[in-house]
Design a protein around this ligand. Structure first.
Ligand code: IPM
Ligand code: MG
Length: 359
């Protein structure tokens, strides 16, 4: 029997609730496929700060390094917002990305027919949208140095972050972009701000160079401000968008709203080798609804589907989860974030159960 070890990090806020549903789905799929998923649960983020003073302990980092994949809920919350930057819950996420070398973040956004009215955009604009943001995840403004806030002699302060990219960093994420596009509609859009930022001028040049190895993929370029506008104007034009860390952070949140709710979007963060992978919903810990049992577990359940596909080559099982989610939506089940009059309001666990039943 195949056996995979998975580090399960529920995190904070709604993290534990959504993770409960996702691991049930994972176990059910494993049972059916005759694969053993050995899950080890551990603390991360605020819950780790409460238990041991730091958002990510060495033990938990080691666990993730020794696992075949990591499944993460969400980190952060108002309780820890006053803490110094260096020990905030979010640091755990950034440290995991850096230490595991997870440079490629895949964030698909597709419209479910049954949710077409849940979006704030007109149905005719979003009908048929199926895009994926490939976000660079270990470079750019998030990690560049110099960084920090310093006091100046005159009593004022000076804050600095640095957007920095090297050729190899751009090359490897560009390759991921092209590879992903190759398996889809073969359209890659590279998003930059090459009219103003030198580092993204380099980005554009390097992406064009890598593109010579992918003549079958149609490459185009767009400035990030225009892309933000085009995403709400005509989102169907997009297939694969490859972009740097901060732009990808912003554009993927924007893309999520095409689908009606950020509670629907999964993600995969991949490194250079197969055993370097982390899967998580793109939404946060939603402290305002934590503990109420009303969170939407679908993004985390779909993150499990991505894990099966990208880490374990279990395409069929992955597709089965996606189909189950579609069926559940078709039957009218809706968590609060996607609820509309005439549909069936479901709690977090009812939604999880409904998906499980379809499997
Ligand atoms: C995301 C989140 C994180 C990010 C935060 C929580 C650090 O917004 O995964 O998109 O900015 O990358
Ligand atoms: Mg974000």
């Amino acid at each position: 029997m195949k056996r995979y070890s998975i580090a399960v990090l529920p995190g904070d806020g709604i993290g534990p609730e959504i993770m409960h549903e996702a691991t049930m789905v994972l176990n059910a799929v494993g049972k059916k496929a005759g694969v053993e998923f050995a899950l080890t649960e551990a603390l991360v983020g605020g819950s780790s700060i409460d238990a041991s003073g730091v958002p990510l302990t060495d033990e938990v980092l080691k666990l993730t390094l020794l696992s075949d994949a990591v499944l993460l809920g969400a980190v952060g919350g108002t309780k820890w917002e006053a803490l110094d930057y260096s020990i905030r819950p979010e640091r755990a996420l950034l440290a995991l990305r850096k230490e595991l070398g997870l440079f490629a973040n895949l964030r698909p956004a597709r419209i479910y027919k049954d949710l077409i009215d849940a979006s704030t955009l007109k149905p005719e604009v979003i009908d048929g949208v199926d895009l994926i943001v490939v976000r660079e995840l270990t470079g750019g403004l998030y990690f560049g140095t110099p960084k920090g806030v310093e006091k100046l002699p005159d009593g004022t302060e000076r804050g600095v972050n640095t957007m920095v990219y090297t050729t190899p960093e751009i090359e490897r994420i560009a390759k991921v972009g092209f590879e992903v596009a190759r398996k889809r509609r073969k359209k890659l859009l590279s998003v930059d701000k090459a009219n103003v930022l030198e580092t993204t001028e380099l980005w554009r040049r390097v992406v064009i160079k890598i593109g010579r190895d992918y003549p079958d993929v149609e490459l185009s370029h767009m400035y990030v401000d225009n892309c933000a506008m085009q995403l709400v104007r005509n989102p169907r034009q997009f297939d694969v968008i490859v972009t740097e860390n901060t732009f990808g952070d912003i554009l993927s949140d924007e893309a999520s709203m095409l689908t009606g709710s950020i509670g629907m979007l999964p993600s995969a963060s991949l490194g250079a080798t197969k055993n370097r992978a982390m899967y998580e919903p793109i939404h946060g810990s939603a402290p305002d609804i934590a503990g109420k049992g009303i969170a939407n577990p679908i993004a985390t359940i779909l993150s499990v589907a991505m894990m099966l596909k990208y880490s374990f080559e279990m395409e069929d099982a992955s597709n089965a989860i996606e189909t189950a989610v579609e069926k559940v939506l078709g039957k009218g089940f809706r968590t609060a974030d996607i609820y509309q009059p005439g549909t069936k309001k479901a709690s977090c666990s009812e939604m999880g159960e409904a998906v499980l039943k379809e499997l």
